[in-house]
Design a protein around this ligand. Structure first.
Ligand code: OSB
Ligand code: MG
Length: 364
């Protein structure tokens, strides 16, 4: 097995502002695994350049992959993706680095079996409903963006909020879009002291509010959910099935956002999906401003039965002038087709990958 890490850098079409700060470009690590027969699997590390969303960064992930995870799997000849998370459990956390490797192994295994990733996961949908995220900005700009996305066919819009941009902004959005399926994401910008301010958002008939409080604040989220009608969805709080069990037991939320990077790979994502299905907790697939490689995995995951809410799985053109896969991901009647060809179901555009690569290394 030969494993290559491609560190890439892609400019975002439009800077993306969250309550953490503004993302101008996307640095990312693309993991390429080639087996002895020349079959190739692809994975994408979704850590960001700064440790805002979780503690991982592109550099810490690179260190984990190069110095621990890849040497470990090469030395022990590990090829089964479903086993990887358990095998690497003695290395603490660093879930995004683990996921990039595991997900590449899933793609490789699917291709070896000539099966699609969605089929391997037990997916049931031929197409998935999709949503899109609008970052913070001038209200007028945000309204224009929402108009354009609704026009393109997106059937759910998520808007980033923060304590100084919530009620008035949502009032204006609701005036223009009274029945649009709308939700908000606070990215941990509030604390328990803001409960009264958050309760006012109930009047906007939001699908959910995502991660109002910090990632460890299971108890505070429970207190908020007791007094707020809008369902709470947890994103940053969920790193494993264990976290989901705590959230469900405490009634900290009613909905879970699954991101394979945050939970350490597709296998843990499927376990969470299954648990939530059993406990009547709807799930949806989050986004990490991925290239088409990461997004392709998100599409396959979203084909599972309990992904009942449109996710942040937008088209290639949402963030990129040119994606590194072909065909690019596009909407058809507000939906994305789940590929049936083998693996992630898209080809990697080697030319484009080379163009955006800043550093390439084979790890032994
Ligand atoms: O909370 O979902 C989030 C982007 C950066 C950091 C956190 C989040 C996001 C998104 C994803 O909202 C948007 C996308 O992938 O298009
Ligand atoms: Mg979020």
């Amino acid at each position: 097995m030969k494993i290559t890490l491609h560190t890439i850098e892609m400019p975002l079409k439009v800077p993306f502002q969250t309550s953490y700060g503004t993302y101008y470009k996307r640095e990312s690590i693309i993991v390429e695994i080639e087996d002895k027969d020349g079959a190739i699997g692809w994975g994408e590390c979704v850590a960001f350049s700064e440790p805002w969303y979780t503690e991982e960064t592109i550099k810490t992930s690179y260190h984990m992959l190069k110095d621990f995870f890849i040497p470990h799997i090469l030395q022990h000849h590990i090829t089964a993706p479903s086993e990887l998370n358990r095998i690497l459990a003695s290395y603490k956390r660093n879930n995004m680095a683990k996921a990039s490797l595991e997900n590449a192994l899933w793609d490789l295994n699917a291709k070896r079996q000539n099966n699609s990733l969605a089929a391997l996961f037990g997916g049931v949908r031929k197409e998935i409903q999709v949503g899109v995220v609008v970052g913070l900005g001038e209200t007028k700009e945000m309204l224009d963006q929402i108009h354009a996305y609704v026009e393109e066919g997106y059937n759910r819009v998520k808007v980033k909020i923060s304590p100084d941009r919530d009620y008035t902004l949502l009032k204006e959005i609701r005036n223009e879009f009274p029945i649009l399926p709308l939700m908000v994401d606070a990215n941990s910008a509030y604390t328990i002291h803001d409960i009264d301010q958050l309760k006012r958002l109930d009047e906007f008939n939001l699908l959910m509010i995502e991660q109002p409080f910090g990632d460890n604040d299971f108890l505070d989220h429970r207190v908020l959910q007791e007094v707020m009608e809008t369902p709470i969805c947890l994103d940053e709080s969920i790193h494993s099935l264990e976290d989901v069990k705590v959230a469900v037991a405490l009634n900290s939320c009613q909905i879970i956002n699954i991101k394979s990077g945050r939970v350490g790979g597709f296998q843990e994502s499927i376990r969470i999906h299954d648990y939530c299905k059993e406990h009547n907790i709807p799930v949806w697939c989050g986004g990490m401003i991925e290239t088409g490689i990461g997004r392709a995995g998100n599409i396959a995951l979203s084909s599972l039965p309990n992904f009942v809410i449109p996710g942040d799985v937008s088209a290639s053109a949402r963030h990129w002038e040119e994606d590194i896969i072909y065909p690019e991901i596009t909407l058809r009647n507000g939906k994305i087709d789940v590929p049936t060809s083998s693996g992630i179901g898209f080809e990697v555009n080697r030319n484009q990958l080379e163009k955006v690569t800043v550093y390439k290394e084979i790890i032994k």
